[in-house]
Design a protein around this ligand. Structure first.
Ligand code: SF4
Ligand code: SF4
Ligand code: SF4
Length: 306
């Protein structure tokens, strides 16, 4: 029954156990929908005989028990609602993001805006492998970016203004990584322990902890599922646009080089990831590259203390 319906083969349409029905998945970057769109989705579900929706781990909404013979109409109505058909197969899937600095007190970057930018550029692109992208506003990593084929994490490197620390210890209390200690009356950072969350910067009552600004760490080749793997660090950049540019290059690289039938995480070495990493670093404009310990303000020195 489905062979004549080309739309059935698209990623947003999922086979159900009962072949009289299918599930329709929606494209919702960062999981953000307006009240009108939510009402529209509810109307569409009822129009086509559904009685529920399911919220997915990839921040999309699925419409269960849709009639396959009406997929063209369903897709048309979903597009008109601003919530078009999603992706599930070997393609760039729904881009997920946490609230980032739009709402979360820990957010270092605008994760939602970046997810939308990446969605506009790349959503649904056909790939040799499933390609999941997740953005988190800070190293708390609420969207598990390192368990996605491409992950982006907003970080910030702390630096202390030289010679002015009172040794009050507030930053020591706030650092959950045990990365700061008071030595000889001033705070000293152990950069090996620091995960660059930026919490200490906001904690100093004297505003003595600075940074050169947030940056975007991009990882490649993670996956969850039955054999989870952490992604490998590719490059760190200074702006959302530069991050989206790098993500686009990674997707093109995977499209050109990866083999189908294997997870990206299982073929990173065969794809010569380390060579690609060097190549990407050469392609990112110097002003967009994040370099640890490089600071804009001359009166601020690295928090490693003196
Ligand atoms: S990852 Fe960080 S910024 Fe994003 S929701 Fe979690 S704590 Fe907030
Ligand atoms: S940025 Fe580093 S030192 Fe500061 S609170 Fe986070 S882990 Fe601790
Ligand atoms: S850096 Fe700020 S919070 Fe930390 S010990 Fe010095 S004065 Fe206190």
């Amino acid at each position: 029954m489905f062979k004549d319906l080309g739309i059935y083969k698209k990623g947003g349409v999922i086979t159900e156990r009962n072949p009289e029905y299918c599930t329709v998945r929606i494209r919702i970057p960062a999981g953000m929908v307006s009240p009108d769109q939510l009402r529209g989705i509810a109307d569409i579900v009822e129009r086509y005989g559904g009685d529920s929706v399911q919220l997915t781990v990839r921040q999309t909404i699925e419409l269960p028990h849709m009639p396959p013979e009406r997929l063209v109409e369903i897709s048309r109505d979903l597009s008109a609602n601003g919530t078009p058909l999603g992706a599930e197969k070997e393609e760039v899937k729904n881009i997920i993001a946490c609230t980032g600095n739009q709402r979360c007190i820990f957010g270092n970057i605008d994760a939602v805006a970046l997810a939308r930018e990446i969605d506009q550029r790349l959503f649904g692109r056909e790939m040799p492998v499933k390609l999941r992208i997740a953005v988190s506003g800070c190293p708390n990593a609420c969207t598990s970016p390192m368990l996605n084929e491409i992950g982006i994490i907003g970080k910030i490197e702390p630096m202390r203004v030289a010679g002015m620390c009172t040794g009050c210890g507030t930053c020591v209390e706030y650092c959950k990584e045990g990365a700061i200690a008071i030595k000889k009356g001033i705070s000293v950072l152990d950069s090996a322990k620091c995960i660059e969350c930026g919490v200490c910067i906001r904690s100093c009552p004297y505003d003595l902890l600075k940074s050169s600004g947030p940056y975007y760490l991009i990882t490649v080749g993670g996956n969850r599922g039955r054999h989870p793997k952490m992604g490998r660090e590719l490059v760190a950049v200074r702006t959302g646009k530069a991050a989206a540019d790098v993500v686009e290059k990674v997707v093109t690289w995977v499209y050109r080089k990866a083999w189908s039938g294997r997870l990206l995480s299982d073929q990173l070495d065969d794809l010569q990831f380390e060579a690609f990493k060097a190549e990407i670093r050469n392609q990112v404009p110097e002003e967009d590259l994040f370099r640890p310990g490089v600071i804009a303000d001359d009166e601020v020195t690295a928090g490693s203390g003196t």
